[in-house]
Design a protein around this ligand. Structure first.
Ligand code: ZN
Ligand code: ZN
Length: 417
């Protein structure tokens, strides 16, 4: 590693000619054209174009829509910078002048910012390649939100086809007064599992329930009883969240449908708690279906899980020190662990250290207007990720490039002290 003060000075030098207007144009264009998981064709092409223009060797179509840019620049470590690219099925309600032009789809998680930061940082580091030595790998990941993009990239040989990382960096835009850079050493994000449940009943006429097994009522009991899994089976000091996010059954009022479908999401931090919750879900679903007399056992399928994200504490300390040096002592603090999840860590081969931090982005006026005196109260009231009102302040465009540039420089061999 290079001294934080040296990294900060080099970062300022390298990024001194960053043009906020250009960054904003690129960002607004991405925001206007959000694309869902594994459909990030336009976004990927924009990122690939920037990387190619900066001199990277670019491979597109990794895990369908992923982009990998490699800049080999002499001896030294291999540093990976990763940004995710997908948007969400959320109808935008921000009223921004650069609001989404795609019906029902929005960059509600800020991955458009991530792509902008990544493209700009990659460009700056390439232009300043005389200041460092090593190999830079820039990864535009598809389908973080849904579909397991990181796992798909690994399955598509991202660790074999490109230089394997010695270290991996990622960052995420977050709510909170714009201009802070929360860092958490160790466990920062929870594990996430999606579970699909199919209740098989017997369909029939709404006037003759006695000739059916009603899957709507059974599924309703399942939803209710699932509320006891966390409250009655997980110890008070442990962490778990169980949400039934989708309940689909039936077509009209006078038909009892033949099946009902539920989709659940589970967040945990500890493997034993995770196993206990998943076992309980299976038991509750099977038990309720047996109690209702369902003719066929229910389907319970665990889909696309991602593990918890555990930052290397030494690496996180190092990068936090660099960010403090760059933006001021008070701007870096420990967010603590959150129940959000990420598939970022899957891109790190076993044993390879990684660091993942946040860039807060709530515009000052929105933050001031939020009810409450304490930051925690305000935090609960400002639009967060996945909200149709999520609108990061463009003032974070430049800082988010500097966080990435400085992290990379911290580990790439510095040629100029
Ligand atoms: Zn998200
Ligand atoms: Zn996200």
């Amino acid at each position: 590693m290079t001294e934080p003060a040296v990294v900060a000075r080099l970062t300022r030098e390298i990024t001194s000619d960053l043009k906020p207007g250009d960054l904003e144009d690129f960002y607004r264009d991405l925001h206007r054209h959000p694309e869902l998981s594994f459909r990030e064709h336009r976004t990927a092409a924009k990122l690939a174009g920037r990387l190619r223009a900066a001199g990277y060797e670019v491979t597109e179509g990794v895990a369908r829509t992923g982009v990998v840019g490699v800049l080999a620049n002499g001896d030294g470590p291999v540093v990976w910078l990763r940004g995710d690219m997908d948007a969400l099925p959320v109808p935008e309600a921000t009223g921004l002048p650069y609001t989404s032009t795609v019906d029902g789809v929005m960059h509600a998680c800020g991955h458009d910012l991530h792509v902008t930061w990544l493209a700009a940082a990659a460009g700056m580091l390439a232009a300043a390649r005389d200041t460092w030595s090593g190999t830079l790998v820039v990864v535009g990941q598809p389908a973080e939100e849904f579909g397991g993009g990181a796992a798909a990239m690994v399955a598509d040989g991202v660790h074999e086809r490109f230089p394997r990382p010695d270290v991996l960096f990622g960052q995420h835009v977050a709510p909170g007064l714009a201009g802070f850079f929360p860092h958490t050493p160790g466990l920062t994000l929870s594990a996430s599992d999606d579970i699909d449940v199919v209740v098989h009943g017997v369909g029939g006429h709404g006037s003759r329930p006695e000739s059916t097994v009603d899957p709507v009522v059974t599924a309703a009991y399942i939803v209710t009883r699932l509320q006891t899994v966390v409250s009655r089976e997980v110890a008070a000091g442990e962490w778990a969240v169980l949400t039934v996010g989708r309940f689909h059954a039936g077509t009209q009022s006078n038909i009892i449908p033949a099946e009902a479908r539920l989709s659940l999401n589970v967040r945990t931090r500890d493997t034993r708690v995770r196993e206990r919750v998943l076992t309980a879900i299976r038991r509750v679903v099977e038990g309720e279906c047996a109690a209702a007399g369902c003719p066929v056992p229910p389907g319970v399928t665990v889909v696309a899980g991602c593990p918890s994200t555990v930052n290397d504490p030494v690496l996180d300390d190092e990068i936090a020190a660099v960010h403090r040096e760059l933006f001021g002592e008070h701007t870096v603090f420990d967010f603590g662990q959150v129940m959000g999840s990420e598939d970022f860590s899957l891109l790190a081969p076993a044993g390879v250290p990684y660091d993942y931090w946040y860039v807060t982005s709530t515009p000052a006026a929105v933050w001031e207007a939020a009810p409450g005196e304490e930051p925690a109260e305000k935090f609960a009231h400002v639009p967060g990720n996945h909200s149709p009102l999520f609108a990061p302040d463009p003032s974070v465009l430049v800082p988010g490039v500097r966080t990435l540039v400085s992290a990379a420089l911290s580990r790439l061999g510095a040629l100029r002290a």
